[in-house]
Structure formats: C-alpha cells, structure tokens
Design a protein around this ligand. Structure first.
Ligand code: FE2
Length: 283
C-alpha cells in the first residue's frame, strides 16, 4: 500500500486500495496497525454499497447495532443526513438537524456505552461543495502535552459518560425517554493506554463529570485539562471528496463535524461502528 502521512501526530492516507477486493488478511493487519499508530486512516475512491461497507468493517471486529432513536436503528449502519425521505433539507429545529448540531462538539462515538466502540468507519455519499469538514483531534498528542503533575493527578481518574449530557444543552427535548432508558450513564477511565503507542485522554461531549469529585472540582479539573487539549496542532481537518472512506480509533481521537458554509446542500454519510472488546476500566 502507498501511504501518505497527513499530519505530524495524526492521520494517514491510502490511495491504492480497493476495499471490496481484499484477499489477504495481511492488509487488514496493516490497516489495524496504522490505526493504532496514527489514529485516522483515509482511504480514497471507495464507491461502495452498504453491504460492501459492512463486509469490510467486519474484518475489524463485531459491529455495533445502531441504537434506538438514530437513523438506521436496529441495523449495523448509522445514516447521517440532513434531508428527509423526499429529499428536502430538514428544518433547523428538526431532530435530525439538532442531532447534527450535537455532532459538532468534540466526541468519541459510543463513549456512553459500558464497553465503548473501538473504531468508526464513515463513507461519504453526498457532500456539500463548501464546508462540512470533519476534524479529528489526537488525544495521545494532547495527553503528551500535559505537565507531569497534571498527568499524575489524573492517572487513575474515572469519568461518567452520559448520552444525554451534551444533547440536553442543545435542546431539553432532544433525548427521548426511550433513549434515556436504553443508555444510562456509564463510567470510563480518563487516561487510556495503548501498550505500544502510549497514553491518551478519553473525554468528549458525553463526559459529564469526574467520579468522586464535587461538581465544582470536576468542572475545574476538566477545564484545566481542556486548556491543553484545545490545540490546533493536534487536529487533522478532513476536507471530504466523494467516496472517501475514513476509519478512526475512537479510543485515541475525538472528532467533530464542522458547519456547511453558504447555502445548505445535501450531505449523506453512512457509518459502521466496530464494537470494543474490553471496558476502559480494565485499561
Ligand atoms: Fe461521531
């Protein structure tokens, strides 16, 4: 495979692979290794069907079932779009648009699950001509930038992650009672450890509080950490081309969508999510 690095800490691009014609498991192992080391892998020119997307994804592990209340619920695909069944762009207060707003906050997919996801694989079907980029933030680079005393302070901290937390700030009715019931808050370690490539921070929009601290103490410590996380040099910003396929390691990057600029044009993405194998509490 011909591999180009995209940014110092994060991201590689593969230009000469057809994911529908993988005959050698060595290729899958190579991609897994790239994900471990560089967190984000961009594979260009993959005009694939949903079945081909699922088949490729299953090389990397079991797929999560799409949760209640999300487009694609009960299947292995998440459909991310800003238009309705008739092809009309949905109104700004539509649930789909509000959920898209939530995706504009830094987050890790499924960090609200007891065993959160390992990878996400996102395929671009329709992209707007201006804006709508996806940004990825290396939480390993962020961890490495922390002063030693802060690293020591957070080493064994555990955070609560709650699906409702970020969404309720956008709209108090955005999370349904069915979703709340299906997704109770869970605990995750704040510092994760990839044995080969080192430690990373595990935070994002679903993280509501540090366990065992008062609300104030927790907010102050999170604020202190985020001052180091908020650093452009750790971010790879992806400008989508049609049929790009992006894979990322949810345990070492955060990601977010950026707004579409100018006239709102249709955007359609399809995602699979590879289930994690272990709780972060064992990390
Ligand atoms: Fe996401």
């Amino acid at each position: 495979m011909i591999i180009n690095k995209l940014k110092k800490f994060i991201g590689v691009e593969i230009n000469d692979l057809d994911i529908t014609k993988i005959l050698d498991i060595g290729i899958i192992n190579e991609i897994s290794e790239l994900l471990s080391e560089f967190s984000v892998v961009v594979i260009r020119d993959q005009n694939i069907t949903n079945d081909q997307h699922i088949k490729f994804s299953e090389f990397f592990g079991n797929l999560e079932q799409t949760k209640v209340g999300t487009d694609g619920s009960g299947s292995k695909l998440i459909i991310l779009r800003n238009f309705d069944e008739d092809g009309n762009i949905v109104s700004p207060n539509d649930r789909q648009r509000l959920n898209n707003l939530a995706n504009k906050e830094w987050h890790s997919d499924s960090s609200f699950k007891k065993i959160p996801s390992k990878l996400s694989i996102l395929s671009a079907k329709m992209i707007p001509s201006n804006g709508g980029d996806t940004e990825f933030l290396s939480m390993r680079a962020a961890y490495n930038s922390l002063p030693e005393n802060l690293k020591l302070n957070i080493e064994d901290k555990v955070c609560w992650h709650d699906y409702s937390h970020g969404r309720l700030k956008i709209d108090p009715n955005l999370v349904t009672s069915e979703e709340k019931k299906a997704l109770p808050p869970v605990k995750q370690k704040l510092v994760l450890n990839n044995k080969k490539y080192g430690k990373s921070l595990y935070l994002g929009a679903h993280c509501s509080k540090i366990d065992g601290m008062t609300e104030n103490e927790s907010q102050n410590l999170l604020k202190e950490i985020y001052e180091f996380v908020d650093n452009k040099s750790f971010v790879y910003s992806h400008i989508w081309k049609p049929y790009d396929l992006i894979m990322w390691d949810n345990r070492s990057v955060l990601h977010r969508a950026t707004p579409i600029k100018g006239k709102i044009e249709k955007r359609l993405m399809v995602r699979t999510t590879i289930a994690g194998e272990t709780s972060t509490l064992n990390d």
